[in-house]
Design a protein around this ligand. Sequence first.
Ligand code: FES
Length: 384
Amino acid sequence: MAYKFKRQIFGFMDLLRFKKMVPKREQKFAEASAKPLPATYRVNETAKILHPGSREVVLEEIVLRTADTKTYLFKAPSPSIFRAGQYASLSCRVGDSIVNRPYAISSSPLQALNENKIAVTVKKAGFFSDWLFDNAKVGDKFTLGDASGDFFHDAIRDSKHVVGIAGGSGITPFFSMAQAIAEGSEDFDLTLLYGARTEQDLAFRKELDALSGGRIKVVYVLSDEQKDGFEHGFVTADLIGKYASGDFTVMMCGPQAMYDFVGKELAKMGVTSPKRVRKEANCVGVRDVKPQTFALKVRLRDEVFDVKADSRETLLVAMERAGLKVPSRCRAGGCGFCHSRLISGTYSIAGADKRRLADVKFGYIHPCCTYPDSDMEIDVPPQD
Ligand code: FES
């Protein structure tokens, strides 16, 4: 799309107006206090404490939720602010690599504010989550980024009634939302349809049962087990209709296969608008192509690094494997935090291209969802 800017003619009247401004400005300067401006303001100091970008946190407790899911509770040096449903990036050094992954926050916003404690709940299903599951221990130090993402209830955008559809570890953001509703820091009704293979695979079962009632309703849906007191199969249009009617917003968190299935069921109910159906983005994974190694030249601060990039993995993974500390948050192309300038090379983007028009026009890419198709050179902004 081409943009046209209207050219203003700088005329004689403008010159006159500008001339008249000069004495007024000189008078203002003369009247102003000679006291230097403060080096910092209280509001900026508070913002820095609440949103420091990232902070070092100490692992305080590990709770086994299911056979392959654990909650990691961290103690932060200061309070954190987040909306229930958001994620935070957890990072540490593993071998020669700096590894960073976004995980949904499973604790309550008030706990982060009052006790400086924040928890993520992680399923053992990938390089970093496997490492955490097998190696992380109480007392270990990690870096935790500020909370991010828009998977939270927005009173202007969303209905007062949210139907949450969770698959497996996708329950995590909804558990935070349920706690926030119970604490009074969120103001909406939550009907939660929580799918798992068997009863044993349900995380937070006891805690969710304790929160149920009033504004929170939890329905467990088992796909591989028949038991009294549960719904069975998958989350179908009939099942949604059984527990929700009238005006509601659907929020989904789970695997892509669940999004595809439930999306078709919602279409049968006429619920298709993106405003009414919101999905939490999943991290970009490996792509199924012939393995090839490309040379990736990375400009970072004043240095240039030569990195090997596997055609199946994203540029972000290639840089992390090489031990480079580069910015990332969502790892799904949505936040723009990793956006880097393309100098040369060809590439493919995983899924939909979520870049802004200006980024496309001026040659910026999101390394978190970009696969190399040739040797490449990119300029990456340094991480704070
Ligand atoms: S990390 Fe969010 S767009 Fe790349």
